[in-house]
Design a protein around this ligand. Structure first.
Ligand code: 5GP
Ligand code: ZN
Length: 115
């Protein structure tokens, strides 16, 4: 997608701090971190949001969770715990229209996730 900032990050047209990459998935640090560890995990395939997922994407989404597991261990937030968030659409607070999974950790997160 031409105007998608995350597609530009995938192509290296926008700089980012990449923490993981394979043929299907890339993960990089959020530019405006909300926790000591704040990483975005995204499919390289442009999928606009969770609601646009197709059955053919099931394996890819499963793989994303395995990557999240690996990143959590590498970032050493696996023992203390962390949170994974997917914002979807206007009411969900999704700003970037390329499916992404937030990994948040490194501190005790508040329980109020709905404000
Ligand atoms: P959303 O609100 O769509 O779920 O989250 C989008 C996230 O992308 C935000 O946390 C925001 O800080 C992050 N973000 C937006 N633009 C960039 C960018 O150019 N680089 C990086 N690394 N993160 C970005
Ligand atoms: Zn995109």
């Amino acid at each position: 997608m031409e105007d998608c900032i995350f597609c530009k990050i995938i192509k290296g047209q926008i700089p980012s701090t990449i923490v993981y990459e394979d043929s299907d998935i890339i993960a990089f640090r959020d530019v405006d971190p909300q926790a000591p560890v704040h990483i975005l995990v995204i499919p390289k395939k442009h999928i606009s949001s969770l609601i646009d997922l197709k059955e053919e994407d099931e394996l890819l989404i499963g793989k994303i969770y395995t990557v999240i597991n690996k990143i959590a261990k590498k970032e050493e937030i696996n023992e203390d715990g962390f949170r994974v968030i997917v914002n979807c659409g206007e009411n969900g607070g999704q700003e970037v229209k390329h499916l992404h999974f937030h990994i948040l950790g490194g501190k005790k997160l508040g329980l109020k996730i709905c404000e």
